[in-house]
Design a protein around this ligand. Structure first.
Ligand SMILES: Cc1cc2nc3c(=O)[nH]c(=O)nc-3n(C[C@H](O)[C@H](O)[C@H](O)COP(=O)(O)OP(=O)(O)OC[C@H]3O[C@@H](n4cnc5c(N)ncnc54)[C@H](O)[C@@H]3O)c2cc1C
Length: 510
């Protein structure tokens, strides 16, 4: 049914083994396969289940990094944003932003205009403009009016982060790469002072197997340190948690992204329309020793977010009870000893020893730059890994379905025997056929893979989408062969996970 191979089916040796199926690992896999190397990527959970499904989903230069003097990062990010808009239209899309300006606000309009002019110059296109208060209110009538002097408008981009990872993984798979979810690297194997391979543990089938590799790349994000046999050399990480709230657009009716400074600490926060809902975030807090695999938004974070939201949109009178869901992720940031978490650099850092490279930090937006850097480093030890300098040529802009699931999905859906496949999943931007296609072709092992990453139904619909579960059950039965017992297990696992990670349920929350 599902194309996921067993460990026993794998060759004994690969040029490259990549640990971690987030955007960093997926980007490296994609580039290395393109360069002609034999590559295996393993992910201990589902693909994109770590930080890479919990980002703010912006493909952006990061205006605020400009303010912090991170020129190189901003420049790289703006270029990559433009490249992704060209090559992955339908999955990476232009996102207009509005930044309201209030009396006495710092930075004021003049400084913002200069910042945006630099931003535009970096992107090679004039995308920003100044607006009067009346123009701003015409675009976003719910903005706080008191003291409003005007706004600046500019453009960045948004994506579905998990789908971007999945697309890279499945494209690489089609081009000959091997990828396995729910397989953990349990040990790094060494001989004569050099990393020679990895020991794998299939967390679904239970099998164990050792695989030899010319190089091993550790792209395990916040889990980058502490693997048994790890040759060491990693920088100290400072895991920073970021939480988001999702509201129905009917309750928080924004037409574009609105970005402003939080009234309490002047950190930039934003809300924008994403997949038919309003996505609002985020926080930036030390996650400390908390389990990075199970980050949960705290009541304090929720309160901080609501305070920021209600200050900017006072007439909407929103409470936490209006939110549909929440999600939260942990940024793999390299510690530099700064007091303020938000002042820590978002650049990636790599480290190496014979047969081994570690990479962490960085942004979703710059995954290809990171991949090229890592493979350039790797090629010094293993020339077959030489990355291609040129980005793949941009195809004609694909539609939404093609960009997310590939061209074959579009043709298949058009002739699918199930007429219902072409109908909408109520309250979402998906058609049922997307779920069927994912169940059949996209290595779905658990219900949460299907509802939280292949699609984002679990974030978009109230109560994780209980109202559509019957339709989902039929697809899982037909495509994955799940009987009633298996369905009941998967349903309960999914709803438990949803309650823990995505429900808005704080004692005394308003
Ligand atoms: C709140 C928040 C908002 C953000 N917003 C943005 C944004 O808007 N734009 C942007 O560009 N960036 C953003 N980022 C940054 C971006 O999301 C991260 O930099 C990126 O997702 C990190 O990807 P990664 O692949 O390095 O880590 P991950 O996605 O965490 O992937 C690492 C993977 O390794 C796996 N793994 C770990 N150990 C093992 C093992 N032993 N064997 C096998 N697999 C293993 C994990 O299960 C995990 O899936 C944001 C981050 C956060 C937290």
């Amino acid at each position: 049914m599902s194309p996921r191979p067993a460990l026993a089916d794998l060759p004994a040796r690969f040029d490259l083994v990549v640990i971690g199926g987030g955007i960093t690992g997926a980007g490296i896999l994609h580039e290395a396969v393109r360069a002609g190397a034999s590559v295996l990527l393993v992910e201990q959970n589902d693909f994109a289940s770590g930080t890479s499904s919990a980002s703010s989903k912006l493909v952006h230069g990061g205006l605020r990094y400009l303010k912090d003097g991170q020129w190189r990062l901003t420049m790289e990010s703006v270029r990559e944003r433009n490249r992704l808009l060209r090559s992955r239209g339908g999955l990476v899309e232009l996102q207009p932003f509005l930044m309201p300006i209030y009396q006495g606000m710092k930075p004021g309009r003049a400084v913002m205009r200069i910042g945006l002019a630099i931003y535009d110059l970096m992107g090679g296109q004039w995308r920003s403009r100044s607006l009067s208060a009346a123009q701003a209110l015409q675009l976003e009538p719910q903005l706080r009016r008191e003291g409003l002097m005007g706004a600046v408008a500019y453009e960045d981009a948004r994506t579905d982060d998990a789908r971007l990872v999945l697309r890279l993984i499945f494209e690489a798979q089609e081009a000959g790469g091997r990828t396995l979810n729910y397989v953990r690297v349990s040990e790094v194997l060494k001989a004569d002072g050099r990393v020679r391979g990895v020991a794998l543990h299939d967390l679904i089938g239970g099998e164990r197997r050792e695989i030899e590799a010319g190089m091993v790349i550790n792209a395990a994000g916040v889990w980058s340190t502490g693997l048994p046999g790890d040759p060491g050399g990693a920088p100290t990480l400072r895991p920073l948690r970021g939480s988001h709230l999702i509201f129905p657009l009917a309750k928080l009716p924004v037409k574009r992204a609105v970005s402003w400074l939080h009234v309490r600490d002047r950190r930039p926060i934003f809300v924008y329309p994403w997949e038919g809902v309003a996505l609002f975030g985020t926080t930036d807090l030390d996650h400390g020793d908390g389990d990075p695999a199970r980050p949960e938004m705290t009541a304090d974070e929720a309160q901080y977010l609501m305070e920021g939201l209600n200050h900017q949109f006072p007439d909407l009178g929103l409470t936490l009870a209006d939110a549909t869901s929440s999600y939260c992720g942990v940024r793999p940031i390299v510690a530099s000893g700064k007091d303020d978490p938000s002042a820590e650099s978002r650049e990636s850092a790599s480290w190496s020893s014979p047969g081994w490279i570690g990479i962490t930090g960085g942004k979703l937006t710059t995954f290809r730059v990171t991949a090229v850097q890592v493979l350039t480093l790797a090629a010094k030890q293993l020339p077959v890994l030489t990355p291609l300098a040129e980005a793949p040529p941009a195809p004609t802009i694909p539609g939404r379905l093609q960009a997310r699931h590939g061209p074959e999905c579009v043709a298949w859906l058009a002739r699918s025997a199930w007429a219902g496949d072409r109908e909408d999943v109520p309250g979402t931007p998906y058609v049922w056929g997307e779920l069927r296609w994912a169940a059949r072709h996209e290595a779905v092992m658990h219900l949460d893979d299907l509802l939280l990453r292949r699609t984002r139904i679990g974030l978009l619909l109230p109560q994780g989408g209980v109202t559509v579960l019957e339709g989902v059950a039929a697809i899982c039965r037909e495509e994955l062969g799940w009987d009633e017992v298996r369905w009941a297990q998967e349903r309960s696992r999914y709803l438990d996970l949803w309650r823990r990670r995505h429900a808005i349920d704080f004692p005394g929350s308003v």
